[in-house]
Design a protein. Sequence first.
Length: 161
Amino acid sequence: MNRAKARAASSTLSKATLHSTLNALCTFFKWLADKPGFKSRITYSDADYFSLSKKDTRIATTNRERPVPTLEQIEHVIRTMPSKSEIERRDRAIIAFTILTGARDSAIASLRLKHINLVDRVVEQDAREVKLHERLPEAVGVNELHELRRGRAAPPSGDHA
């Protein structure tokens, strides 16, 4: 096992991949240690073997910021996109809608017109009909997002990422 662990640690797999794989193995061995026929051979503490060093765990679990375009860059893209055909205007509208709502692509792809309330300027994302990320709020107010982007409003509860 030591050789296998050393090979895994020196492989080209990322620390995050190694971390998640070893966590899965640890969970499996803890489950297995409780099963008849294995209780006498595997203990819960045996599962602790499947872990990275503290340093490698920190590396694997570090959240790194990804570069994202600024609002000015997105506005420039929208302004410079062609808009002669209906398809080109649709493409521009999808990009504008995405930046205004902050909705995920899977949610946008599954939206129907009935989910858009133009009067209140709200996109209603019913989880029974719209594919949501589990942390995405059920309604995203367009005015609230404009204020948030301008730094005038407190961020809503929940993560929009």
